[in-house]
Structures are given as structure tokens and as C-alpha cells.
Ligand binder design. Structure first.
Ligand code: HEC
Length: 152
């Protein structure tokens, strides 16, 4: 009984921190200060995710301006090893599968011909969304806005 309750509590903490961090990122949402103060510093995985999101934003901007891609993000290969937020459920089967797919999509983007880069970029964003569909859904709204659409 005690362990079940602890497990549920840990899951809740994981979820809350996932959502709370997203709120922190969206400037129009003011997070309740008492909630933010209780959060532990971001995990290694959360920090890596921030660089992954920043990298994708940079790629999108570069595509829009017809500029070169940013340097290849070698550090992202740490994705499968980075320590997640305590209590965050990382599925031992699907997480590595989605992580590998994301890393493949990064490779493909850098190997793609210039004319295929937008499609390769959108496939990359799709791989973020795929993993977030089963892990940490908080950032999904943000990820959905990252696609390059025809009208842009
Ligand atoms: C293999 C699964 C996976 C992939 C691929 C993935 N994410 Fe994540 N993401 C996670 C998990 C799990 C967390 C929660 C990390 C934690 O709290 O330790 C997370 C957290 C985040 C966060 C919140 C970080 C914070 O400050 O707490 C953002 C934003 C994010 N991801 C965006 C992205 C973007 C953008 C991509 C693609 C470029 C991406 N993610 C790809 C699993 C994934």
C-alpha cells in the first residue's frame, strides 16, 4: 500500500513538473510562484530537451531565410543516457525507440539536399511529437507550432 502511494505520488510530481516547466516557457502564463519554487533544478534530460528545441527553432529560422543549417548537434547523442526528472516515467521500450528515430531524423536533415530540408525538418518535428505523445505531453502544444507550413 505504502509503495503504491509513493509510486503514484512520484508520477504526479513528474507530471506536474513537466506541465509546470511548459508554463514557465510560455511568457503569457504566469506560473504560481510557490509551485515554481518547489521545483528541483531541471534534469539533465530536461536541459538537453531545451537545447533540442532551441536547435529545431534555429533550423526553422535558417530554412525561412535560406541560410545554412546550424552546426551538427553532436551532444544530442546523449539523449538515451541523460538523467530524467526524478519520478518521470521513461518507458524502457518506447523511449529508446523514439530517441533513435529522433536521432535518425537529425542525421537525415543534415544529409538532405537543400530542396528536401523543409520536409526533413518537419519529419524531425514529427519525431519530437511522437515521443511526447507517450512521454511528457506538456510541450506538445509548443511542438505542434514548430512545423513549417505551406503558408510560411
Ligand atoms: C525520445 C523521447 C523524446 C523526444 C524524441 C523528444 N522529447 Fe522532449 N521530452 C521528453 C521527456 C521524457 C521530457 C521530460 C524530461 C525531464 O523532465 O527530465 C521532455 C521534455 C521536453 C521539454 C520540457 C523541458 C523542460 O524545460 O522541462 C520540451 C520543451 C521538449 N521536451 C521539447 C522537445 C522537442 C522540441 C523535441 C524535438 C526537437 C523533443 N522534445 C524530442 C521526451 C522526448
Amino acid at each position: 500500500m505504502y509503495t503504491t502511494r509513493t509510486a503514484i505520488l512520484l508520477c504526479l510530481i513528474g507530471l506536474v513538473s513537466c506541465f509546470a516547466r511548459q508554463a514557465e516557457e510560455a511568457p503569457h502564463v504566469t506560473p504560481a510562484p510557490e509551485v515554481v519554487q518547489e521545483l528541483t533544478p531541471p534534469s539533465e534530460l530536461a536541459l538537453l530537451m531545451r537545447s533540442m528545441a532551441a536547435h529545431a527553432d534555429t533550423v526553422k529560422a535558417a530554412l525561412g531565410r535560406g541560410e545554412d543549417l546550424p552546426p551538427y548537434p553532436k551532444a544530442f547523442s546523449n539523449l538515451m543516457k541523460a538523467e530524467p526528472t526524478k519520478g518521470m516515467h521513461i518507458d524502457p521500450i518506447t523511449f529508446p525507440t523514439f530517441a533513435k528515430d529522433y536521432l535518425d531524423k537529425v542525421d537525415r536533415l543534415y544529409k538532405a539536399k537543400k530542396t528536401d530540408r523543409t520536409r526533413a525538418y518537419n519529419a524531425l518535428v514529427q519525431s519530437c511529437a511522437n515521443c511526447h505523445g507517450s512521454h511528457c505531453p506538456g510541450p506538445l502544444m509548443r511542438i505542434k507550432k514548430m512545423y513549417v507550413t505551406g503558408s510560411e
